[in-house]
Design a protein around this ligand. Structure first.
Ligand SMILES: Cc1cc2nc3c(=O)[nH]c(=O)nc-3n(C[C@H](O)[C@H](O)[C@H](O)COP(=O)(O)OP(=O)(O)OC[C@H]3O[C@@H](n4cnc5c(N)ncnc54)[C@H](O)[C@@H]3O)c2cc1C
Length: 391
């Protein structure tokens, strides 16, 4: 690492020492009611933004730091080491902000970028619809221009954070005669607009992480069109590419290692599980799986540092991450046995218990093979684009 990266790392470490309070530790956040937690995380992000410690990859002109690859790696490592919570407006920073900076008018950049950084505006992303998920080009939500306004009608689904969001980036069909990738545009929609209904989807783990969002004759000013009318597909592509960057790779390996270490601790503390040869074997496999995953991530990062481009390994890490994310809770679940079944999800104010996180991660794991590209779609990409197999 260079002197510049060392200086960056030291500056961030010192800043975190001065600013990261105990109330932001995950175990304390877990005890807050949803609304209180979101309010606290908004304040935390605003504090980070004041000193340019959010969206470090953004250009300096819009509040970022133009961070190098090495600085991005250092950032994730230091934030994780300090136990800093993820930014509440992660979708705004990672998915919405970059296309606004790349395709927006100067007025849009000035209006939205600072509020994304400070979390004054929390954003959600309206891509998926009941009939358009993996195949996003089938989207049917319509936005028809009437004078100076679009009138939006349709439905989105799986919209993460919509229940807290102030704004939504909505992909819609502005030319009703068009098919597939033609005639699609991107609108920046105020979630307080009349005609929007958000209906949370309660998951098996008791949480409501995502929502259905209904648009009934919602009026959106024409100035909130991002990029060119009917020509929004390039923004779709750019927004989805931003979903997985360097920081995502570093975050995944840190998170998996942390989860594995928790499981090792759990099993060490349990006399029966510790002595069970099958559990020990599963744990050994898990250990190796996480180490292999980390090596692949390191290979990607080294290639990025040297050549600026990831190699084909980048395509397999989503699949490998999914497998590990889904295997880990089955190992911890079988290790703690029937106790894993008797706990309800933690309530606000309640102390967390190992059985609760084991159960929560077990019930949350199926989502890993769907979010950010399903397993089948990733296999298709690897088969055709990496291995060159026929369709
Ligand atoms: C945790 C989480 C958060 C999410 N957050 C958001 C969000 O904030 N905003 C948003 O818009 N969306 C969000 N999504 C939605 C996500 O992008 C979609 O679920 C995903 O694109 C899959 O779409 P689908 O659910 O409609 O499944 P479908 O596309 O209908 O797929 C159903 C099944 O068919 C398979 N399949 C589909 N096409 C093919 C093919 N060509 N070849 C082989 N198999 C195929 C799939 O792999 C899958 O198993 C989120 C999803 C999750 C799990």
């Amino acid at each position: 690492m260079s002197d510049t990266t060392d200086a960056f790392r030291s500056e961030l470490r010192a800043w975190l020492k001065d600013n990261l309070g105990p109330e932001l530790r995950s175990e304390n956040l877990a005890q807050l009611a949803d609304g209180e937690r979101v309010a606290l995380l908004r304040r935390w992000q605003a504090r980070l933004a004041q000193d340019r410690w959010v969206a470090i990859t953004w250009p300096r002109a819009y509040g970022g730091r133009d961070a190098s690859i090495a600085e991005q790696i250092a950032y994730v490592e230091e934030m994780s080491q300090a136990g800093a919570p993820p930014a509440i407006n992660g979708l705004g920073i990672g998915i919405v902000g970059p296309p606004i900076i790349a395709f927006g008018t100067e007025e849009q950049k000035r209006e939205f970028a600072p509020k994304i950084l400070s979390a004054e505006h929390i954003w959600c992303c309206g891509f998926s619809e009941p009939g358009a998920g993996s195949d996003l080009a089938s989207l049917r939500t319509q936005a028809l221009l009437e004078g100076d306004e679009f009138v939006v009608t349709g439905q989105k689904v799986w919209t993460s954070l919509a229940q807290h969001a102030d704004w939504c980036m909505v992909f819609c069909r502005t030319d009703p005669e068009s098919k597939r990738r033609q005639g699609v545009s991107v609108l920046l929609v105020d979630m307080k607009s009349p005609g929007i209904t958000v209906r949370p989807l309660r998951q098996i783990n008791g949480q409501a992480e995502f929502n259905e969002v209904f648009f009934e004759d919602v009026r959106v000013p024409r100035r909130n069109l991002l990029g060119e009318l009917h020509n929004g597909w390039q923004i779709v592509t750019s927004a989805l590419q931003n979903e997985r960057g360097i920081m995502y790779v570093v975050e995944m390996q840190i998170a998996l290692k942390r989860q594995r270490d928790e499981i090792v601790r759990l099993i060490r503390n349990d006399e029966r599980a510790r002595r069970d040869p099958l559990t020990r074997q599963k744990l050994a496999n898990l250990y190796l799986g996480v180490e292999t995953f980390r090596s692949t991530c390191q290979r990607i990062l080294v290639k990025l540092l040297r050549a600026g481009m990831p190699g084909p390994e980048a395509s397999i890490i989503k699949l490998h991450w999914t497998k590990l994310t889904q295997t880990m809770p089955t190992v911890s679940m079988s290790a703690i046995g029937p106790f894993a079944q008797i706990y309800d999800p933690p309530q606000p104010g309640e102390r967390s218990d190992p059985a609760q996180w084991v159960q929560a991660s077990y019930l949350g794991a199926p989502a890993a093979s769907i979010a950010s590209g399903t397993t089948e779609i990733m296999k298709g990409i690897i088969a055709m684009q990496v291995l060159g197999l026929p369709r």
